[in-house]
Every structure is written in structure tokens, then in C-alpha cells.
Design a protein around this ligand. Structure first.
Ligand code: PLP
Length: 398
């Protein structure tokens, strides 16, 4: 049976070239990079080479601005809790974020709100675009931290974090800006040295490195309290023996992602558009949820009116087509997506919303197969939907 993986915002396949670079550090290159002998120095050197590659990929001013972590979630928690621990006071206790963040930002905000911090959540319009005027109007002398994602994992909407970081600093130069860049890395260009972003997170497994490694960019001069206290690794900012093979993998994946950026924005985008336009033009109850003017090239989110999303996923699964009803972190719960609710997606398509996310491994044949089968699945499910009256209006010939 065919296996068509269209869930690349949940995780990606490890690139063979990444794996090849990692392998020696599982074998002969196992020395602890903090030790003093030659093999250890070699591990340490490999880590520094990876740091240079990640810094180059993100457009950092220097490799010293990159800290390796275990994942995107750790990077976000480090930035958010680390800024609060270092900079918040009883007067400066206001934190801002958006309603459409990933749980790795929303949950720390909820944690801080419970402890008494004043949290503001900025909404989006019906296209999923951020209410920028509202956001900027909320910044006061009390605002310690603003967190905004660069690209949304469910809809692919891109937020203008470069300009926003500058506007935020104009209103309060002491406000720290954290950007969750996990879904942007490898899909759209970023040049952090030209921005006022203080912290930026990435995760290896979202761009063809393995699960279990991430990084946090910390603009030079920014102080924060580390999440992990222990050894002297990562310049005392992230204790724990460095994961040499995975860090080397993240470095290689960053180098490759920089080179594939053009391909993502031409070929991957073309295939995404082919899938999206194909579904929208053949499936009568399909409604586009990814309506933002700016969007990453690999993601489309489509709602199928009056049909249950989990059922669509099960039927697609049986055909070897793998997609998602939103964030992998919330699947398993039947609550509709907080991102789609924030953009006021009508309830008729909210529960039948499916995210298709492509990668540089997606082929034309796979998209053709998906386009052949998705309309059939929807038609089948329309026949057993409890909303017959509404659907008959949409499919009068059935
Ligand atoms: C996947 C994801 C994360 C979490 O990264 P992990 O490495 O899985 O912890 C954070 N933010 C966004 C937008 C994501 O898509």
C-alpha cells in the first residue's frame, strides 16, 4: 500500500545526510565534550561547528548566541521562564502572547498567570492574521515579555515578527521579545541580526533532524535565568552533558535547510497549492482555513463542512494518506482547535478541519494520489453524516 506522509508539521523524516554526519558520534566519537583529552576536544569542536551552522542559518551575529536544548518545548520554556525569573518584579509583571500559540508557549503563560502574573492574549482576525494595533496598544512600562510565533503550526499563517519586535521596543525598550520559530525554520527566511528579537526557538525534528534536539537563539547582551542548573555546559546557560550526535545532526539539518529554502518556496509551494486548489475545486463542502495573506509554503488547512475530522483521518489512514486534525499535541482530545476557534472558523467546518503539511520529500505522484482519493472519502462520509439536509443542498446529485 502507498504511504503518503502529509503531516510534516508534526514531525519530519530525518535526512540521510543528517544521519550520516551523526553516526561517527555514536561510535568512535563518544567522548564527553567537556573532558580534556583529544577525542573530547574533537567532540567539542564538532559541537562548535554545529553552532556556527545554526547561527548562519538563523542569521545570528555570532555562534555564541546559540544554545543547544533538547527540543522546541524546552527552548520556549527556557526563554519564557528564564526572562520572568531574571527580569520580572512586582511592578513589571505583565506578559503578552497570542491566542494561537503552540501549547509550549500557552502552558507556561497559564502557569505564570496562576502564579499571579498578568497575562494578555491577543486574538486574530477571520483570516488568522494578528490584531497588531491591539497588541501594540497593550504594551506598557509593566510589560516584561511578549511572545509571538513566527509561523502557526495548524494554519501556516506567518506573523511579521521582524517588524513587530522593533515596534515593541519603541514602546518599551526593556520588554523582551520571544519568537517561537519552530514552524518557520527551513520554510521562510530569517535574519535575526536585523531584528530586535531577543529569543528565538527552533526544533530539529521539524526540519529533518531527529527528535530530541533544539536550539534557542539569545541575542547578545540578554540575560536570563537558566531552566536547568548543574554543570558548566553551554556557557552555564543549559546544564547537562551535550548530546553531541544530535547537535551535529541539527547543524547539518540547518545547513541543508538553508540550501533548500528556495526549493521549499517554489516546488513544495507548487505541490501544496496543487493539493489545496484541487480539493477546493472538486469538493463542494471544502472551505479554506489557511487564509492569511502570508503563509509558509508547505501547509494548508481545509475544513469539510458537516463531516467529523477524526472520521476523515481514519478513512484517509486506510488509504495510506496521513494527515492531521491540527496539532499533534492536542490530538486525542475531541476539543476543536484553539487556533481555528480564535479565527472564528464556523462550527459547521470546525470539527471537520484537516491540516495537510508537505515537505521536500513530497512528490507529485503522492499529491495526485491524494487528490484522487480525498474527494471520494468526503463523498462517502457525506452519505453517512447526520447532517443530510445541509449536505443535500451541497451535493444535489447524490
Ligand atoms: C512542534 C512545535 C513545537 C514543539 O517542539 P518540540 O521539539 O516537539 O518540543 C513548538 N512550537 C511549534 C510551533 C511547533 O510546531
Amino acid at each position: 500500500m502507498k504511504k503518503i506522509y502529509l503531516d510534516n508539521n508534526a514531525t519530519t523524516k530525518v535526512d540521510e545526510k543528517v544521519l550520516d554526519e551523526m553516526m561517527p558520534y555514536f561510535k568512535e566519537g563518544y567522548a564527553n565534550p567537556s573532558s580534556m583529552y583529544d577525542p573530547a576536544r574533537e567532540s567539542a569542536k564538532a559541537i562548535e561547528t554545529a553552532r556556527e551552522k545554526v547561527a548562519d542559518f538563523l542569521g545570528a551575529k555570532s555562534p555564541g548566541e546559540i544554545i543547544f536544548t533538547s527540543c522546541g518545548t524546552e527552548s520556549a520554556n527556557t526563554a519564557i521562564k528564564g526572562v520572568i525569573e531574571k527580569h520580572a518584579t512586582s511592578e513589571n509583571n505583565h506578559i503578552i502572547t497570542t491566542q494561537i500559540e503552540h501549547p509550549c508557549v500557552l502552558a507556561p503563560y497559564e502557569f505564570l498567570a496562576k502564579k499571579g502574573y498578568e497575562a494578555t492574549y491577543i486574538g486574530v482576525n477571520e483570516n488568522g492574521e494578528l490584531n497588531i494595533e491591539t497588541l501594540l496598544s497593550k504594551i506598557s512600562q509593566k510589560t516584561v515579555l511578549v511572545s509571538i510565533m513566527h509561523a502557526n503550526n495548524e494554519t501556516g499563517a506567518v506573523y511579521p515578527v521582524e517588524e513587530l519586535s522593533k515596534e515593541i521596543k519603541k514602546r518599551n525598550k526593556n520588554t523582551k521579545v520571544f519568537v517561537d520559530g519552530v514552524q518557520a525554520a527551513g520554510k521562510i527566511p530569517i535574519n535575526l541580526k536585523d531584528t530586535e528579537i531577543d529569543f528565538y526557538s527552533i526544533s530539529g525534528h521539524k526540519f529533518h533532524a531527529p527528535k530530541g534536539v533544539g536550539a534557542l537563539y539569545v541575542k547578545k547582551g540578554n540575560l536570563f535565568e537558566p531552566l536547568l542548573h548543574g554543570g558548566h555546559q553551554e556557557n552555564l546557560l543549559r546544564a547537562g552533558t551535550q548530546n553531541t550526535p544530535y547537535i551535529v545532526g541539527l547543524g547539518k539539518a540547518s545547513e541543508l535547510a538553508k540550501n533548500y529554502l528556495e526549493y521549499e518556496n517554489t516546488e513544495v509551494k507548487r505541490l501544496m497549492k496543487k493539493l489545496e486548489n484541487g480539493i477546493l475545486s472538486t469538493v463542494k463542502n471544502a472551505k479554506l482555513n489557511s487564509k492569511s495573506q502570508k503563509r509558509v509554503p508547505n501547509t494548508t488547512n481545509i475544513g469539510f463542512e458537516y463531516i467529523e475530522g477524526e472520521l476523515i483521518l481514519l478513512y484517509l489512514n486506510d488509504l495510506g494518506i496521513y494527515a492531521s486534525s491540527g496539532s499533534a499535541c492536542t490530538s486525542g482530545s475531541l476539543d476543536p482547535s484553539h487556533v481555528l476557534r480564535a479565527q472564528k472558523t464556523p462550527f459547521t467546518s470546525l470539527h471537520g478541519s484537516i491540516r495537510f503539511s508537505l515537505s521536500r520529500y513530497t512528490t507529485e505522484d503522492e499529491i495526485d494520489y491524494a487528490l484522487e482519493n480525498i474527494p471520494k472519502v468526503i463523498e462517502k462520509l457525506a452519505k453517512i453524516s447526520p447532517f443530510q439536509k445541509e449536505l443535500t443542498a451541497l451535493f444535489p446529485n447524490n
